[in-house]
Design a protein around this ligand. Sequence first.
Ligand code: CP
Length: 314
Amino acid sequence: MNNFLSVEDVSDPMILVKAAINLKKDPYADSAIGKNKVLGLIFFNPSLRTRMSTTRAALNLGMQVISMNVTQDSWQLETADGAIMDQGKAEHIKEAAAVMGSYCDMLGVRSFPTLTNREEDYSEELINAFVQYGSVPVINLESATLHPLQSFADLMTIEEHKRVEKPKIVMTWAPHIKSLPQSVANSFAQWMNAVDSDLTITCPKEVELSPDFAGKAVIEKDQDRALEGADFVYVKNWSSYNDYGRIYDDESWTVSIDKLKNTNNAKLMHCLPVRRNVVIADDAMDSPNSIIQNQAENRLFTAQQVLKTIINKL
Ligand code: CP
């Protein structure tokens, strides 16, 4: 694995999951392999979990970390080829990525979509520019369309909590007050498809995901029917793919304990941050079936496994 941009960079996701579960038992076993190695964390958008878990993962491996909020701490970056840079953007990504790559042994990049131009967002121009001009391995800290570090942690969490070999996993759309990216949902579906899981996606027709990411998942428009017999319920909001970026609002999709009554005593998942009583009701958030904190905790071990795998290839 040279870059970690999507599940397609992973030769066998289940081997990587098993390695992360093993690493969790002794997180300091490789505390010297990152000596004299620097991880650059480049944020174009806010983050709590990704920033802290990836930083801690690097420290556990003996790495040092440089973290930067580009929009506050640095120059505004131009990405268009051939741009006449006579407006607000003072530096081109070609120079910026090359310079950052010269200071760091690997770069993590977080860059959300605009949600105004689907073609541009789905071309993943920004993170691909870091790959092209950075000259070091690039880790996706959530890009315009994918969040593979989150999905890796989600898969690890399912592996730890599953009670049958092939559990029924349901990803349900839920309402939100803002227009959110499709990245977590796209990525979760992509990883679940890569390991041949039993995945059902339930959402209103207005917010169907791209078939490129939904893949082999069962699509069920009736949320109650989808949730019947579920072993895991992954809750997430996303905006429209077809009417690109459009917010859709239907409070009847908020997930509560009552919604989970016909599941197979399902474990409840969400990537966080979550708006309580909008996306998920308090009674479900605070129920013993919630494994949301476990998911967040596993962000550390999965990030550490990714860094370790990349270091071993440097
Ligand atoms: N789940 C997740 O990526 O959280 P942050 O946005 O806080 O990093």
